[in-house]
Design a protein around this ligand. Sequence first.
Ligand SMILES: [Zn+2]
Ligand SMILES: [Zn+2]
Length: 264
Amino acid sequence: MIDGHVHIEKSPYTIEYIMEYVKQAQARGIDEINLLEHTHRFTEWKELYDSARNAHPKMKEWLDNKNTISIQDYLKLITEVKAMDLSVKLNFGLEVCYFKDKEDFIKEQLALFPYDFIIGSIHYVYDMAYDLDNISQAILWDVKDVDDIYRTYYKDTEHLICSGLFSQLAHMDTIKKYNLYPSYDLTKTYHHIAEMLKKQDMKTECNVGCYYRYHHHDLGLSDELLEILKEHQVDIIPCSDAHQPSDVGIHFNEVQKRLYDKRP
Ligand SMILES: [Zn+2]
Ligand SMILES: [Zn+2]
């Protein structure tokens, strides 16, 4: 069993800290973890966020606070951990924020190191983060039409998939985080995206981050979206979106049931 999306950002890079993830994985019967960092952390990736920084002073402040370390430190950690013989397989990658006009930049940056996997995420709609508590409500949800936000989010998701830059699409429906839903039906959109994922041979996630951190009622993907992805035989990877070792593999028994149980 694999946990496909695990952050290590809450500690300086040390082998001891990585070993805490290994221990928790073993305790929950997980034998493989995709460890990753958000690209917004790295000074080398700062340029990716130019449009978001210019979009609103609150975005600039938030991003500048995050953008503090060199990716060289992360790459050094990866090399050190890869030299170790561990009972849990550790893959290392990045969670990249996708911006359509930055595809060339992303491509150049990704070519600099042989990552095990690359996750593409839509975290910004109209260059505003849609999921930041105390920020997103005022700068995005209160000023833009919810239908337009959803249409843009899924249009950008389609561009992300088409780009061919990523092996995995992050948390496909987390735009629902605040329980704000469009007035139009998403079924057609879901089918279209499922077809595209299958065609591009990309995985997508059943990511429970919103469930246990933000108390959204869906255990990852919504029932409707999950059924459509299954119908199109899209490869769905269970993801804790852990931001600390104790959350690795959280709720995976229930997630496994949703992903693999046959209906009567
Ligand atoms: Zn994300
Ligand atoms: Zn994440």
